[in-house]
Design a protein around this ligand. Sequence first.
Ligand SMILES: Cc1ncc(COP(=O)(O)O)c(C=O)c1O
Length: 414
Amino acid sequence: MAILGLAPSSTPTKPAHFDIEKVIRPNILALHPYRCARDDYQEGILLDANENALGHSIASSSPSDPSLSASLDQDLHRYPDPSHPLIKSRIAALRGLPGPEYIFLGVGSDEVIDLLMRVCVKPGGEKILITPPTYGMYAVCAQVNDVGVVKCSLELGGEHGEGGERGRFSVRLEEMKKAIDADPSIKLIFLCSPGNPTGTLIPLSTVRALLEYESFKGIVVVDEAYIDFAGEDSSAAALVSEYANVCVMQTLSKSFGLAAIRLGIALAQPALIQILSNTKAPYNIGTPTALLAQAALAPTSIDAMREKVGTLVRLRGVLLEALAAPELRALGVGSAIGGNDANFVMVPILSRETGEPDNARAQRVYKVLAEEEGVVVRFRGNEPGCLACLRITVGSEQETRTVLERLKALLSKI
Ligand SMILES: Cc1ncc(COP(=O)(O)O)c(C=O)c1O
């Protein structure tokens, strides 16, 4: 069966053991997507979509709020463009992909996660594979969709190995292969690189090994929400042109500093992108989001994003160094764990008596820090391999100074 909207191609796809038509649910393959007149005609007297011809009714902006007035100048009474070719072309150029047909846009990566499950994994029987500790939405979304979850935890013990390939929080490839062999109903593997909450980048050689593993007929999803904070050439986007069974998720929420606009991205070969586009709600990306995303992806904005990422990476170093200084060590801050490849760090809080990770103390630090010191971090002590850990986002220079001061003051009291 042909994928609706996809131009036929005679080029064989790699790897040979992957057939997208066997991964996508039959009801989705057979779907005739919603079509509107705007797919064919975008100009003229537009009387096709039951919009409000008189425009929006938001009271004219007050002079004290110029930002609102710019927003109100947009064509808010019209449905947005359903396809956003310019945004997609800019993303393709940024990530080194051939063109817009390799890009899907979602309402945050969270929508992409949900959509991938809905198109690939049959409720009530089929499964996804995740590698705890990992981003919580994979399991939440699986539950919402009545999809099973197989867990193959990351390596939980020990220190880092070279290049993050071995040691704590590395992917246990052989265990994953065993899990795949044992359960042919696994359709999607979710890898998070750099991981949340681990901060550890997954080497491309590991991703490639899963893509090449013949027994796995499904799709490897690599969630790269934090990729711009990691070193150059670490993105699995480099594998997308080569492999039909990889889907890389990225977002404007982190490095681009645009969490409010909700723009998530899937990078994959055109067949999967077409399936996602056929299935999405017709106008998922609103006009204000699209205009801001387009501006954020212009060359000068990308330069500014890179500069900010550079600053945050430097501040990550400052934070890590201060957390490792003798003063905080003496108060019970343990060595940072994980790869520190993202815009956060994870540190265990130790018992002052035993020097061992102390979950109760960490939880108390988390609570008092938020309620009495006005600094909110994340307690991750109940995640596998993260006993007594706090995850601290890298803040501004001033915020970094403040969190360190307040943590120090607090740890000397509790
Ligand atoms: C690993 C990971 N993936 C995805 C997301 C969600 O991204 P978005 O804001 O694009 O929905 C987050 C947010 O914290 C995350 O940590």
